[in-house]
Design a protein around this ligand. Structure first.
Ligand code: NAD
Length: 268
């Protein structure tokens, strides 16, 4: 008969106790960080700086990460003025696909927690986003600083006229302005300047923040990513919310690893 040897059983129980202690110690640390942040947020001047990761749980894909590819193209290669000039139809097909996903998307508990945090914030709250999906506004957030524009805005490449357009799928392809020019999405592409007013609002807020929350961003797209360092140098305490490490971790006072939709509601 096959019986487990007693020394093997003992070894197993020692190892499993070790892991149990280890895991529960980590659990306690995460709990206490969450609690410290939660208490600090009550009285602090807050900036929340969000990236594509906050919308991942609303099924809007991030640029970097396993779902980032579209028909074997890297988004970073399509989101440029040069790509649009050489093949507006291809770039528009990609944006049309993104617009259809975003159109169907609903804010998740992460977006909603930030709306609630803004309503409760006693000392001031600024939401700065790199996202173009409009889900913060859909969740009820006010005065959102949009560094990279808005996917529902279109701008004429010939006469510069801007207008809102929520047609999904968009027609014709590529869409045209009454002046005959091709319309482009009203977003900031890699290599383009950020809107001056929005950037000023973001830098002012980062420099006067007491707590700077960097949520769901890979922190590699500049100049936006520089806000984390700017806030840190201006003496803000920096909180990172992200399931993965990023270059912003080096400025962190607190790191909460995990999906924003699970972590942010616990900070209320
Ligand atoms: P990114 O794609 O470079 O990085 C996404 C980050 O989110 C990663 O660090 C990843 O670990 C993290 N993440 C993934 N799931 C998460 C979750 N559930 N909770 C928290 N974090 C999660 O995104 P970026 O840093 O915002 O920069 C890329 C550029 O892409 C920005 O300029 C932005 O305009 C654009 N973008 C926007 C959208 C959108 O509007 N939803 C989507 C894709 C890309």
């Amino acid at each position: 008969m096959l019986l487990p040897r007693i020394d093997n059983l003992l070894r197993y129980s020692i190892v499993s106790n070790f892991w149990q202690n280890f895991l529960s110690r980590i659990g306690v640390e995460v709990e206490s960080t969450t609690e410290t942040v939660r208490r600090s947020l009550k009285t602090a001047r807050i900036v929340a700086f969000t990236g594509a990761g906050i919308s991942a749980e609303s099924q809007v894909p991030t640029f970097r990460g396993k779902d980032g590819l579209w028909r074997n193209y890297r988004p970073e290669a399509l989101a440029t003025a040069a790509a649009f000039e050489s093949d507006p139809h291809l770039v528009w097909e990609w944006y049309d696909w993104l617009r259809s996903l975003i159109h169907a998307a609903q804010p998740n508990p992460g977006h909603l927690a930030l709306t609630e945090l803004q309503q409760r914030a006693a000392a001031g709250f600024t939401l700065v986003t790199q996202n173009m999906d409009g889900l913060h506004e859909k969740a009820g957030s006010q005065d959102v600083v949009k560094l990279h524009g808005d996917i529902w805005l279109l701008r004429c490449t010939k006469c510069g006229r801007e207008g809102r357009n929520e047609q999904v799928p968009i027609e014709p392809m590529p869409p045209l302005c009454p002046c005959g020019g091709i319309l482009r999405p009203g977003i900031v592409w890699f290599g383009e300047m950020l809107p001056v007013d929005e950037w000023e609002r973001a830098t002012d807020a980062a420099q006067s923040a007491e707590i700077f929350m960097a949520i769901g961003t890979s922190a590699v797209v500049y100049p936006a990513a520089g806000l984390v360092q700017m806030a840190k140098h201006a003496r803000a305490r920096v909180l990172i919310v992200n399931p993965e490490p990023s270059p912003a971790d080096e400025y962190a006072d607190w790191i909460l690893r995990g999906p924003a939709g699970e972590i942010l509601p616990r900070l209320l």
